[in-house]
Structures are given as structure tokens and as C-alpha cells.
Write a new protein. Structure first.
Length: 248
């Protein structure tokens, strides 16, 4: 594991932060380029990207704190320590969607078209960030006796499922699927719903191999949210807008 990618003088440059920044830059560039082709105002798309970035980071951190609340109540100052991990993708996704809907409504941008521009790069960025998780030693899997098993963290030599690599591969596969599907949808916004569907299916099954502590009955919390997301996205795709192309 390489939580610190390199140092400049006395300043440590963390792997997770570098990969997160790289994912954001690639995603912003891709959405801006696609928006230009679709005759959308690039400056507004850049503004949206900044709002989504901030909202996603805050939402991801807040949900993680709520999930692990007893730990943070025992050590309140650890709320501010994000160098060892501590972000929930579901929290970031929900907050990012909310910020995107608010911004596009305020700026009178076509929400469906913008969402479809974002979807492939959201999948791509997710995969890139999971490489950051691998280097950071977080989001690791359960112990495994497999040829490709890896240590989970710098302080733990136990060989585990490299779920971060599974996540990277899933992100790249979903990215490719969405690029293939982008001209095959019935309505604007469908591609983003397909991202929710594909991601939720992947996340439901990968949870069986992740080291998790939060449960909702017989399912993990991640599986419960993913089940809701998958069913919800599938139902909306099937019934809305009943085959008609939505200009928004």
C-alpha cells in the first residue's frame, strides 16, 4: 500500500487525494467536451462540476460519519481526519445528484441531457478513485486464499479480496456499457438511470466480498441501498416516459 504517493519538502501528497483529483479533472473535461458538442454552455457546466464536487465530498463524509457514529462519538476530533479513508460513495452520489438537480434547475439547463453527459464519466471516475482506495489501504475485502489476494492495509498483512480492483474493473465496464448505450436510449436521462442500475447491481454482489460493519437486517447497508436503487431505476426506465423522447 502507498497511502503517501510522494513528498515535496515536508508536504505529503496522498494517493487517494491525487486519484480523486484526477477523476474530477477527467470527468469535468469529458462533460465539458460533450456539452460543447450538444451546444450547452460550457461555463455553466464547469460551475455545475464545482458545486457537485463540494456537495459530493460533504455528503460522502456525512454519511460515513453517520454509519460509523459510535466511533466518532468516542473520538470527535477524528471527524476531521480523512487521510485514512472515510467517504461513502452512496452519500456522495445522493448529495451530488441533489446539487446537480438544484444547479441545472437554477441555470435552466436540460437536466436529462446533462445527466446523460455525466453518467459515463461518473462510472469512469468511480473506477479511478477505487485505485486510490487500493493505494490508501481502505475499502478492502474479506480474507481470501486466492492467487490474486492482496494485503488490505499497511498495518494488516492478511491476504484479502482486492475489492478495490474489482471496483475499478466494474467502473470501466460500466463506463464502456454507457458509451455503447448513449445513442440507444428512449429518453434523455435514461443513461444516468442505467448507470444507477448497473452500479447498484454490481455493488449488491460485491458487498459479499467487502469487509463491512453496517447492516440493515440480513443485508448490508450498501446492499439495501443498492437494491432500492436498482429497482427504482429499472421501474423508471420501463414506465417513464412510455417510449417518448423527453426534450429535457
Amino acid at each position: 500500500m502507498y497511502p503517501v504517493l510522494f513528498r515535496i519538502g515536508g508536504i505529503s501528497i496522498y494517493s487517494y487525494a491525487v486519484l480523486l483529483t484526477l477523476a474530477f479533472i477527467i470527468g469535468t473535461f469529458g462533460v465539458s467536451r460533450g456539452g460543447k458538442r450538444a451546444s450547452l454552455p460550457v461555463e455553466k457546466l464547469l460551475g455545475m462540476a464545482m458545486w457537485i464536487l463540494v456537495a459530493s465530498l460533504v455528503g460522502a463524509r456525512l454519511l460515513f460519519i453517520l454509519i460509523e457514529l459510535p466511533m466518532y462519538l468516542a473520538d470527535p476530533l477524528s471527524v476531521f481526519n480523512v487521510r485514512s479513508g472515510g467517504l461513502s460513495f452512496h452519500g456522495g452520489l445522493i448529495a451530488g445528484i441533489a446539487a446537480g438537480l438544484w444547479y441545472t434547475h437554477r441555470q435552466r439547463l436540460p437536466q436529462g441531457k446533462v445527466a446523460d453527459l455525466v453518467a459515463p464519466f461518473l462510472a469512469f471516475g468511480y473506477g479511478i478513485v477505487r485505485i486510490g482506495c487500493l493505494l490508501n489501504g481502505c475499502c478492502f475485502g474479506i480474507p481470501a486464499n486466492l492467487p490474486w489476494a492482496l494485503p488490505g492495509a499497511t498495518t494488516d498483512s492478511t491476504l484479502r479480496h482486492p475489492t478495490q480492483l474489482y471496483a475499478f474493473l466494474a467502473g470501466m465496464i460500466i463506463f464502456a456499457l454507457l458509451l455503447w448505450r448513449k445513442n440507444k436510449t428512449r429518453f434523455n436521462g435514461q443513461l444516468f438511470l442505467e448507470f444507477i442500475l448497473f452500479y447498484s447491481i454490481y455493488r449488491f454482489f460485491i458487498e459479499y466480498y467487502r469487509e463491512v460493519s453496517a447492516y440493515a437486517g440480513i443485508l448490508t447497508l450498501g446492499q439495501s441501498v443498492s437494491l432500492i436503487g436498482a429497482v427504482g431505476a429499472y421501474v423508471v426506465i420501463r414506465v417513464w416516459p412510455l417510449g417518448r423522447r423527453n426534450p429535457a
